[in-house]
Design a protein. Structure first.
Length: 357
């Protein structure tokens, strides 16, 4: 700001508010710089220069704001497009679960039509997508929940498989990751290296060894053939080790000086500091094993032991409305688990454990 008291003289008595350095340029966050007031005589040229600098600052600031708004708008549009793409199957599953089988077949009838030409299945290039049912019906939910106990039985099969795997995998991996993070030794490095190698392998590669070991231990075609490989999976060990390594050594040493033994340090110091990471990993484990398909098909020959994820694929097209209803029931528990631990999941991904500074 420039104020003068006499316009008739060549030099004017002015009070100029200016920044000590770079007074109008490179201001972080669009905030004005700290200014100092000084009183001295300025020539017309100096006053014009100050005004020009100030106007340039205003123009640059407005241009940066316009660019920021444009970037936000473009990012919002792109995220919105991806959100629609990812949410469309879920929305269609929910809306189709309230339609009758005849209405669904009329919408997707071309998909199920067959032709004898060349013995190939005919699939239409276009599908009539409907988001609002003509007649809302809950009969398929009634059948799934009350008249077909097989669906609920398979649902509880999934729960019986997933919950022990999550609990015991976290227990085993927490102890192992604490040891990998806080103890030194060449053997530790070799073992952790093999953990990483096994984790990088696709599950289909380790499926045959799991089958052979299960057969050797005489647990094939039992729930233990699913539980044991899940409990000792290397994924949680690798991830929790990263969280444990971010705990400051000074915190653990302070607890040790106060007289805490190693178990007390692990349970009362390390575990609470890694709470966000533990919850986020628990959610990922739950979703992974809730959707497992290959393991039960290979390791369990008895349909009685199959989870709901395998059972869904056995519903034929004549019960297509029932399939959508069961799929919605199948999604309820993972969605509740995700909503409960969403805050911890985001915290665990962005912060990766440790102590906030």
């Amino acid at each position: 700001m420039i104020r003068h008291n006499d316009s008739s003289t060549e030099y004017r008595e002015c009070i100029v508010e200016r920044a000590p350095q770079n007074r109008w340029m490179d201001i972080e966050g669009g905030k004005p710089p700290k200014v100092v007031k000084e009183k001295r005589a300025y020539s017309k040229e100096e006053i014009k220069k100050e005004i020009a600098l100030y106007r340039k600052f205003i123009r640059d600031h407005k241009r940066k704001k316009r660019i920021e708004v444009l970037e936000i708008a473009i990012g919002t549009v792109i995220c919105g497009i991806f959100a629609v793409i990812f949410l469309l199957p879920i929305i269609l599953t929910i809306t189709n679960s309230f339609m009758s089988s005849s209405e669904i077949n009329s919408n997707y009838g071309a998909i199920f039509a067959t032709t004898s030409t060349g013995g190939k299945v005919f699939i239409s290039k276009t599908v009539n997508l409907k988001f609002i049912p003509d007649i809302i019906t809950l009969s398929q939910y009634y059948v799934a929940l009350f008249k077909s106990p097989a669906y609920l039985f398979k649902f509880w099969n999934s729960v019986i498989y997933v919950v022990p795997i999550v609990v015991f995998q976290l227990a085993v991996s927490s102890l192992a990751s604490y040891g990998f993070a806080r103890y030194t030794g060449k053997v530790k490095g070799v073992i952790f290296f093999f953990y990483v190698i096994i984790m990088m392998m696709p599950y289909q590669v380790t499926l045959v060894p799991n089958y052979l070991v299960s057969e050797y231990l005489n647990i094939l075609d039992t729930r233990w053939s699913i539980w044991l490989p899940g409990i000792f999976s290397p994924f949680a060990v690798y991830m929790l080790t990263k969280f444990m390594r971010r705990i400051p050594v000074s915190v653990l040493e302070a607890a040790r000086i106060d007289g805490a033994n190693e178990w007390s340090i692990f349970t009362n110091v390390a575990m609470p500091l890694c709470k966000g990471g533990i919850v986020s990993i628990a959610i990922l484990i739950f979703i992974d094993y809730w959707n497992m398909v290959e393991q039960p098909i290979i390791l369990l020959s008895d349909d009685y032991l199959h989870p709901l994820s395998v059972f869904l694929s056995k519903i034929n097209s004549g019960e297509i409305s029932l399939a959508f209803a069961v799929a919605v029931i199948y999604m309820v528990l993972p969605m509740l688990v995700f909503l409960y631990g969403e805050e911890y999941l985001i915290e665990g991904i962005t912060y990766q454990g440790g102590v906030k500074g």
